[in-house]
Design a protein around this ligand. Structure first.
Ligand code: HEC
Ligand code: HEC
Length: 204
């Protein structure tokens, strides 16, 4: 190798080493094999759509998985916790940034078999809209995430986790605690299916 070539190669290595990883790298390398290249999620793996969640909500959930606030004894939460256990804050921020640049994805989500959309609408208006917004697109000031674009399986499962006291119980998890308190409102699983049926029916 000529000296000029060697200098060029050395410079390029140096540039590559000092350049921050592109925003996409963090996501595509560490998250896409479960949440999908487009961020739309993968229901078989239980990995939700991430493209409609706000940056502050995502950050808080990542912290929740790291610090053990989210459910610990179901394999979905365990696989997510294990996936990020060794990633540092910088990698997680770069992945979060990359997610905010992905276009919106809507998950085509079957309405729960027994869900009654009309009754779900009444329940949603009475119990959920004040925090999650009348259109279910979330309210960041209250910490309530967008519920549109999440699959019916995921929505039902998370509601159940709050209701069973598996999520939203950690003393530092003040937003989770609010949802956990509210989750006691609908005890009957049928009513949760109804609300879920309504929410997936309005996702565009
Ligand atoms: C091994 C598969 C896997 C990998 C890799 C993975 N996740 Fe997840 N992720 C999941 C699963 C499964 C869940 C649902 C956990 C649950 O049900 O509690 C989840 C949940 C989440 C949530 C919570 C969403 C919500 O609506 O509350 C966020 C945010 C998230 N993942 C972000 C990421 C990011 C960012 C990365 C990459 C740094 C990543 N995930 C890598 C499987 C994975
Ligand atoms: C008092 C405000 C409040 C009300 C009312 C409320 N929620 Fe929530 N909800 C929240 C907050 C805050 C979070 C985020 C908790 C966290 O950060 O972990 C949340 C999270 C959720 C999640 C988890 C979403 C995800 O991506 O993991 C689901 C599902 C949910 N709520 C469904 C409902 C339904 C259905 C109702 C009505 C029956 C409802 N919520 C009423 C505040 C509320």
């Amino acid at each position: 190798m000529s000296l000029t070539n060697w200098i060029c190669a050395a410079l390029m290595t140096l540039v590559a080493a000092t350049m921050p990883a592109t925003a996409d790298d963090g996501y595509q390398t560490h998250c896409a094999h479960c949440h999908g290249a487009t961020g739309a999620g993968n229901d078989t793996l239980g990995a939700p759509n991430l493209t409609r969640l706000s940056e502050s909500y995502i950050k808080r959930q990542l912290q929740g998985f790291k610090e053990g606030w989210r459910s610990k004894d179901n394999h979905y939460a365990q696989s997510m916790t294990a996936a990020i256990a060794t990633l540092d804050t910088r990698t997680l921020s770069s992945a979060t940034m990359a997610i905010s640049e992905l276009p919106d994805s809507n998950v085509m989500s079957p309405v729960p078999r027994n869900g009654d959309v009309a009754r779900g609408k009444d329940l949603y208006t009475a119990y959920c809209g004040a925090c999650h917004g009348t259109g279910a697109n979330g309210n960041d000031a209250l910490g309530a995430p967008n519920l549109l674009g999440l699959s019916s399986d995921y929505l039902t499962r998370q509601y159940g986790e709050f209701a069973k006291g598996k999520r939203g119980t950690h003393p530092n998890d003040k937003y989770g605690q609010q949802m956990a308190r509210l989750s006691k409102a609908l005890k009957d699983p049928q009513l949760i299916d109804d609300v879920t049926a309504y929410v997936v029916s309005i996702a565009e």
